[in-house]
Write a protein that binds this ligand. Structure first.
Ligand code: GLY
Length: 374
């Protein structure tokens, strides 16, 4: 029998995050249970998702008695726009989705953010089931109810908090992803380890070392090895979701504790912006994390050895620990990212592997922080 890990998130709206291999094939039953009044499901998926996964999801929804419409959207952060968001709203209207129906967001972080925002605003809010298909979306963006689109002047500038009705993670999908998508997700996983979970940090190192020593990384050609790799990855996903659940329950609306999830993101978002979103979120966050760790170490706030360990783990995950952008470029981009609150930037600064603090910083102090970490 399949082993399902269920993590309950008690936010304003309580919901389950379920993690199990093969969940996609049974998603219809799960959606019908979580949204018992729904008659229709509008599935929004990104173009990179392999067709068989879309078919599996639609067939399962149909078998559970839900009529199902499918919209494929363009993938990539550069397409997380008001125009594509408008297309989703139009699709929901054309499908005659009612207040009791459900939107199913099937894809990576960008799909979940944008489709989630459409669910938050269509008819002033309908149910949304998140079915993340990338490691990054499973461990972070699908949980916690942040939904948004980007504006030309910055990332996630229009959005809403809209908790999902259910999140379904099927680690089997990850086997079909390119290696670079796996490492992108690992950046957020390592972030969780650094900000508050030293056990996870150590488990990730073991997992990556085992993976590196395995034929073709996932052990796909050796069934026993593949099973144990899949199990380790499912455990890593569950640990991250538990960490996030605790933070979201403490601070659903991102006024305090939840800001810690932005560790590595001040410089990370700046790198994404400087690159015109050519550098992926995971890679940008990895470099941002390395920079803030080195800056904290150089200011005596974090042991040097811990900062080095973080950079080593990022490299082991095939992620960058450096950026070629200058202090000026990064500081300008970071300050244009509308992250200031009352003229103050809140920088998340690690004090070791497994602990971090929220430090108020004046904008004019930011270049020195970045310089210390480059
Ligand atoms: N991804 C950061 C957060 O959910 O707060």
């Amino acid at each position: 029998m399949r082993k399902t890990e269920t993590i309950r998130v008690n936010a304003g709206r309580g919901y389950d995050v379920k993690i199990a291999e093969g969940l996609l094939a049974d998603c219809g039953e799960e959606v019908a249970k979580a949204c018992p009044k729904a008659k229709k499901a509008a599935v929004v998926c990104d173009e990179h998702l392999m067709l068989p996964w879309c078919e599996t999801v639609c067939a399962s929804l149909y078998d559970a008695g839900l009529s199902c419409g499918l919209l494929t959207i363009r993938a990539g952060e550069a397409n997380k726009t008001l125009a594509q968001y408008g297309r989703i709203l139009e699709f929901l209207a054309e499908e005659k989705i009612s207040r009791t129906d459900v939107l199913v967001a099937l894809g990576g972080g960008m799909t979940g953010d944008m489709a989630g925002f459409a669910a938050a605003t269509y008819l002033r809010g309908i149910d949304c089931v998140q079915i993340p298909t990338s490691l990054l979306a499973m461990v972070d963006s699908s949980v916690g109810g942040k939904t948004a689109v980007d504006l030309p002047s910055g990332k996630n500038l229009a959005g809403a908090f809209h908790q999902p009705a259910l999140v379904l993670c099927d680690p089997l999908v990850l086997r079909t992803l390119p290696e670079s998508d796996f490492s992108d997700g690992m950046a957020e996983v390592i972030k969780y380890g650094v900000l508050g979970d030293p056990k996870l940090f150590a488990a990730v190192r073991d997992c990556l070392l085992a993976r590196a020593a395995t034929p073709d990384h996932s052990g796909a050609s050796v069934p026993g090895v593949k099973k144990s790799m899949d199990r380790r990855i499912a455990e890593v996903i569950a640990s991250c979701v538990r960490d996030k659940q605790q933070i979201v329950e403490m601070d659903e609306f991102d006024r305090g504790e939840r800001m810690k999830l932005n560790l590595g993101h001040t410089v990370g978002h700046a790198i994404e912006l400087c690159s015109g979103y050519e550098i992926s979120h995971g890679r940008a966050v990895a470099a941002g994390l390395a920079i803030i760790c080195r800056a904290a170490a150089s200011r005596g706030l974090m042991p040097q050895r811990d900062a080095e360990e973080v950079c080593e783990l990022l490299r082991l995950a095939q992620l960058p620990a450096e950026t070629s952008y200058s202090v000026k470029e990064l500081a300008e981009a970071a300050l244009s990212d509308k992250k200031l609150m009352g003229g103050i930037l809140y920088l998340i600064v690690p004090s070791g592997i497994g602990a971090c603090g929220i430090l108020p910083v004046y904008p004019e102090e930011l270049p020195a922080w970045i310089e210390a970490g480059l």
